[in-house]
Design a protein around this ligand. Sequence first.
Ligand code: ZN
Ligand code: ZN
Length: 329
Amino acid sequence: MALSLTLARSAPDPRRNPTRREFLTASSLALLGAGVQGPSAQAPRSGDAIIDIHQHLNYTGRPDGVLLAHQRAMGVSTTVLLPAGRPVNRPSTNNGASNALEAEALGNEACWQFAREHASEYRCAANEVPDLDDTRAEIENYLRRGAVMIAEQKFGVACDSPEMQRIFQTAQDHRVPVLMHWQFERFNLGFERFHRMLEKYPRVNFIGHAQTWWANIDRNHADQKVLYPKGPVTPGGLTDRYLADYPNVFGDLSAGSGLNALTRDEDFTRGFLQRHQSKLLYGSDCSDHDGSGPRCQGSQTIAAIRRLAGSNVIERKLLYGNAKQLLRL
Ligand SMILES: [Zn+2]
Ligand SMILES: [Zn+2]
């Protein structure tokens, strides 16, 4: 029941009747949650399937074959590749310093081609620098070709600027989520004002990611310059409230920031995963070549989720079901 309620809450347009595909997805998720194999053709059916909503192609130069092996080593069954915007020299890219997502990540066409060539394991997002003349057309081109969200938006603009609102409008029109990298005074500025956008675009599903997003789970996070705070967490931080108060807010557990948030106070984390169990999605965002061990933060995040989820039903939602539903995979 909880899953069908979630579907209703997170559906971008409540007036729209669910498609047969969405209905089947909800039904099979409900069956999965009950530990029963569904009769539909949903694949994979393994109870261990993992969707990774956050990876990059050519991440700090990682070869394609190594990416494929890395994802399989982590046990990931479906990976979503997040493209960079095109390289430009302007304030929104910190005068070029933030091109390629500061990660040598490749753009729309390369991600789309790779996902097409590895269609059983990979999907792609669509992306662009938000303040270009043809941003909307570029993003729409890839949404029409099957991109599952707009991501990752990692640009030096205010989160409520006209250019970001054009991104949100595009997401609304195409009924796809927007994933945003929040980093104080560098990317997506004005986190404390974001509630205005959540209220102005209630039919857009927003996925939060990165340092400022995860640091603000703590109500006592005072110095926004501290990007990886350690130690005990007091519930009720801005991120905790956004997740609790807005049905269109979701959290991407990827990156060092996500892993830090999960591991800094494990007693807090157990409650956090419990109360936001339908709002959090697994992502890796690691650039290592291993896919396991101490250098692979994505595999450590999977282990932390398994350790702290508290039940198999919640673990399955965090590693698989929430992403499948939100991205309509
Ligand atoms: Zn990021
Ligand atoms: Zn890794």
